[in-house]
Design a protein around this ligand. Structure first.
Ligand code: AKB
Length: 319
């Protein structure tokens, strides 16, 4: 199968590409950034600016993918620093992708949405269908992206599916998210022995380990269309407080020092998100179930970050 990825150089693409190539698919990975050193030269890596409708159309017309994973996005924290960029990449980029796919006849599209579609004051756990009043430009563009996907599905009969991801944690460098405090507890814990979190210790949002995130995308991409009762699904794994993540890291790295200095913008975003997601619809429709809890993730992730050796930390990483 020919599989095209947008935003392939990001955190999800990093892990998804190797699963797709291992399964024997022909992967066309697109991004503004050049091929990362971690990706083998057999991956067909192409430069694509998703805000450029002509380039998007030309890429789709040339590749004619059977399956597309639309990953390109500016995340919540970076999006609040540059809302115009977030609008252009997330909103115009998704529109360009849907139009290119409609014109060239793509088989199936997987859209990546986020807990950022939600605003404050919702039930805990939060179900799929509630009023969506996000506080960030990232969240607004994801709500709109979900609605566009649903529209193209109904209006043009296209096969489009999506997941609302929690904050994803993996051994790859994060990219400007508000959930990055959780990943940096691990990355800085291993590389620096210390981390000052930008969130309060009682901060609690839904999180997921990347192997589950990749599995959610792959399982949904293979699910029987007849069994899908909605376009975009909540997927959940675990919802620890920040100090519970720190305690888990400390059990594995007893000398680590984790302290807290809440930063108002990112804390405000985190406080606006649900504390936990209800993913019962994904479980019922396509058999979704996360495998990793917090402790299983800690046990798997710390050796992986160690094996990566020296690299960026929260100190060197500009959000
Ligand atoms: C972010 O923090 O913006 C992302 C997300 C939860 O979608 N990781």
């Amino acid at each position: 199968m020919k599989v095209l990825l947008t935003g392939a150089g990001g955190q999800i693409g990093h892990d998804l590409i190797s699963h797709l190539t291992d399964a024997g698919h022909h992967v066309v990975a697109t991004d503004l950034a050049p091929r990362p050193a971690t990706h083998a030269s057999h991956v067909d890596w192409r430069r694509l600016d998703v805000t450029d409708a002509t380039a998007m159309h030309a890429t789709f017309a040339d590749v004619r993918p059977d399956l597309v994973f639309h990953l390109a996005a500016i995340l919540s924290a970076r999006g609040e620093k540059d809302p115009v960029l977030a609008y252009n990449v997330n909103q115009t980029g998704t529109w360009n992708l849907l139009e290119a796919a409609r014109a060239t006849g793509v088989g199936r599209i997987l859209f990546t949405s986020s807990i950022a579609v939600y605003g404050p004051g919702l039930p805990d756990p939060t179900p799929d269908d509630v009023a969506l009043w996000p506080t960030t430009m990232y969240g607004i563009t994801k709500v709109s992206g979900e609605m566009l996907c649903d529209y193209y599905r109904r209006r043009w009969g296209m096969d489009i599916r999506g997941v609302r991801f929690p904050g994803l944690i993996s051994a790859a460098e994060p990219g400007g998210g508000s959930s990055d405090y959780a990943l940096f507890m691990y990355v800085d814990g291993v590389r620096r022995g210390a981390y000052e979190a930008f969130a309060r210790p009682d901060t609690r949002i839904p999180l997921m380990y990347m192997p589950d995130g990749v599995r959610a995308l792959l399982d949904l991409s293979r699910a029987d269309r007849a069994g899908l009762t909605r376009c975009v699904y909540n997927v959940a794994a675990f919802s620890p407080r920040a100090d519970e993540i720190a305690a888990s890291v400390k059990r594995a790295l007893p000398d680590v020092q984790i302290t807290y200095k809440s930063e108002p913008v990112r804390q405000g975003i985190l406080d606006s998100w649900p504390r936990a997601l209800d993913d019962s619809r994904a479980r019922a429709d396509w058999g979704w179930k996360a495998e990793y809890d917090l402790e299983a993730m800690t046990a798997d992730l710390i050796p992986k970050i160690r094996a990566m050796g020296p690299g960026p930390t929260s100190v060197t990483h500009a959000h």
